[in-house]
Design a protein around this ligand. Sequence first.
Ligand code: 6PG
Length: 477
Amino acid sequence: ATADIGVTGLAVMGRNLARNLARHGHTVAVHNRSPEKTHSLVTDHGYEGTFVASESMADFVQSLKRPRAVIIMVKAGKATDAVIDELIPLLEEGDIVVDCGNAHFADTRRREEALKEHGLHFSGTGVSGGEEGALNGPSIMPGGSEHSYEKLGPIFESIAANVDGTPCCFHVGPDGAGHFVKMVHNGIEYADMQLIAEAYDLLRSGLDATPAQIADIFREWNRGSLESFLIEITADVLSHVDGRTGRPFVDIVLDQAEQKGTGRWTVQTALDLGVPITGIAEATFARSLSGHAEQREAAREVFPTTNELAWAADDREGFIEDVRKALYASKVVAYAQGYDMIKAGSDEYGWDIDRGATATIWRGGCIIRARFLDRIREAYDENPELPTLLASPYFVKAVSDGVDSWRRVVGDSARAGVPTPAFSSSLAYFDGLRRRRLPAALIQGLRDNFGAHTYLRTDTEGAFHTLWGSDKTEHKA
Ligand code: 6PG
């Protein structure tokens, strides 16, 4: 046995991860269900490092040094369970199974529990950065036991993206912690993309600008506090011209956004945990709405839109700046909500996740990498128990500076009939948090009136119920 680590599942992500490992001097055992992919990997990229190719799972396992570390890189779901079932009888106590797919953290918890019974370790590991990241340095979010991280940590840290000498990888926590954090990462990715899309829509109709002109605005924004991978590629996509038609690419793409499910999982889990991640939820629902072609067509027929193009004609620069500030403030809210969710998951499952470290490993490699993550890390360095990111001094200033623009943009878009679900709900969340008295008091009153659900009072302890309609007004429940 000579291999340091193995990869089974050599579709593009697995293949690139294996190449990245080999390029960093690790001897990599490789295996795929159909052996052609294994052979082509070695033929095409053998010169990049040392691969040990096997056609059978048994040979693959035998080629690994102990404790063995086997990365599974297959489509999340049943395929993962099938590979695990195949591996179990071949592995020995102390060996480590690593699932680098986008698994649901509940599946990861179940698998970890099941493998423990066999004396095996299971590391549910989030990997972000797409194909490019897998090859050249992803952001890696490993969960699982300390024992597994002792073996995996040095290997993963060597192949992860690196920002200012710090690898974009840390031991997130036990069992499902890594996949949970990856799931929230994807939820934030959805919110980030929706906010960018709303900003684009506003600029396009507010300025009556072409996609190429808007690309230039995004390029400019990418030089400031919004600097991020997603803003950068937004400029690329908007300036792209379709080869077939010669039209702006964005105009020939069907306007129905798809999803593979991680955003949906984030929202479902947030509902269970009771965390208001409104930005991510709006982003997920906006994708669903876009896909409801039939309803859209029916509504278009009965409520034709007046084309409110170029409403910002008087002060174009001011409008662009307003949209930029609204985007930044909404983005801060989306992250504040995402980090609340990480805290809630960590508390619920006893993971003890370090939120500052999470921000650190998202600075490079992953889809949401951004300059702004340094600010988040600093906020948690200053106060690891920060109740909301919005309360950290840097973000207080950022949001306070942007709040007038934010209100103007949300107001303008409502008047013009341009939907901005993520911008508006983020503003409502911000106002909801800071409002002195919320109408939740009335909701409590209604609940007590129709269902005797009781309420707490501001002036004394204990749950109360009012005898509605009688002259005795209240009694302690
Ligand atoms: C990443 C991405 C990656 C992928 C998701 C989202 O971090 O590399 O998040 O995991 O882009 O699968 O895909 P959908 O938009 O299809 O849900």
